[in-house]
Design a protein around this ligand. Structure first.
Ligand code: GMT
Length: 374
């Protein structure tokens, strides 16, 4: 198939899923065209059958806000015609599915160009709920030729809140379990834990919904009982506040902020526990990547996280903001070695058995075939 993919190319779960999906589809023989305003992170454009088409948004003094959605729609229509695309697959509803709908209309005299929208989370739970975007988000869902959501929770939430009648297919986030694999020796750990300490890791875009300051508080509590450090991977609006809090709590030298990183699997597999204390998480891709590396996660009991982590079996779940309970669980995992080994093996098994690319990519292919077949 010839597939056009649009996503936010910056640091964020939906862009990562879209990019990894495109790479996996190209490996399986499909022709994949990324249509985005920048090269998506993690995109290796040297891979055969991967193409990248930049969307240029020209500005004009009259425009207070450059009309990105319109530039994207034009580019989608152009690429669809030039490369004879079978369909468009857009990730994150706003504004990508509206642009795809326009591209479908622009090309309809010559071709059928269906589009699939994948809902990722904040496009529904935050942005879509905002009164200024509610109507257009609902419309974009109704107009899509196919809709997928990354968890049952997000699917049900979308149906409830928007009252739409579409069939929404759940295709969970996936992970490549060959790339994301454990290293039982944790080679390179001493770079981040020079005194033989245990290592916690957090990985996100540091938006308020991630509650990154809770990671620092968990570390401070855990350090009262055991020798442990924290590695913070990623960047975003809450980073400064988290650094400040670490200094206030007297643990600044035990928290390392390394910013945005490529090849995060090399860092994740060094850690003993991943922290994901989010306010909301429609699935929790970072936790899945850690679990595939045999690193159990401490998550919150929100959104789609319980579809991934089974409390006490392959990780732990606690209430949002209950830092004492979260720190207690982390401490348990760091100090009880048989427990850690059991959780680590179970976490890897969950990733391999239920969320590997081998299981999930064919579900997208099936969805494409159905939508193309009309
Ligand atoms: O808001 C974010 O955290 C980023 C967002 C995105 O769209 O980039 O992440 C969402 O999509 C990920 C990939 O499908 C999911 O694993 C995350 O759970 C989801 N984030 C939230 O729901 C907060």
């Amino acid at each position: 198939m010839r597939i056009g993919i649009t996503c936010y190319p910056t640091y964020g779960g939906s862009g990562i899923v879209a990019t990894e999906l495109g790479l996996e589809l190209a490996n399986r023989g499909h022709e994949v065209h990324f249509i985005t305003y920048a090269n998506p992170i993690r995109l290796d454009a040297t891979i055969p059958r991967i193409h990248y088409h930049e969307v240029e948004v020209s500005n004009y003094p009259l425009f207070q806000y450059p009309p990105y959605c319109l530039a994207l729609a034009s580019r989608m229509a152009e690429v669809a015609e030039d490369y004879n695309l079978d369909l468009l697959h857009v990730h994150y509803a706003i504004p990508h599915s509206i642009a795809a709908m326009l591209a479908r209309q622009m090309t309809q005299a010559k071709r059928r160009l269906p589009f699939i929208t994948t809902l990722h989370g904040t496009d529904i739970t935050l942005v879509g709920m905002d009164p200024s975007y509610f109507g257009i988000t609902k419309f974009s869902i109704e107009q899509s030729d196919g809709i997928t959501a990354i968890s049952d929770n997000l699917r049900n939430h979308t149906l409830e809140v928007f009252g739409v009648k579409n069939e929404i297919r759940v295709i969970h986030n996936f992970v490549n379990c060959e790339t994301y694999a454990p290293d039982p020796e944790r080679r390179g750990l001493s770079r981040f834990a020079p005194d033989g300490e245990k290592l916690l890791i957090h990985l996100s875009n540091f938006r308020p919904v991630k509650r990154v300051q809770d990671c620092v508080r968990i570390l401070a509590e855990a350090r009262q009982h055991t020798n442990v450090r924290l590695l913070m991977v990623g960047d975003g609006p809450e980073r400064g506040a988290a650094e400040h809090l670490a200094a206030q709590l007297g643990v600044r030298k035990y928290v390392e902020f390394v910013g945005k990183q490529d090849n995060v699997e090399r860092l994740i597999r060094l850690a003993h526990v991943l922290l994901m204390p989010s306010e909301m998480e429609s699935f929790g891709l970072a936790a899945l990547e850690a679990m595939a590396c045999g690193v159990p996660a401490l998550g919150t009991r929100v959104g789609g996280v319980p579809e991934l982590i089974t409390d006490g079996q392959d990780g732990f779940l606690e209430a949002v903001g209950d830092v004492s309970a979260q720190a207690a669980r982390v401490l348990q995992m760091l100090t009880d070695e048989p427990l850690h080994a059991r959780l680590s093996a179970a976490a890897r098994k969950t990733a391999v058995d239920h969320f590997s690319t081998e299981n999930l990519i064919p579900q997208y292919e099936r969805c494409y075939r159905e939508v193309i077949g009309g």
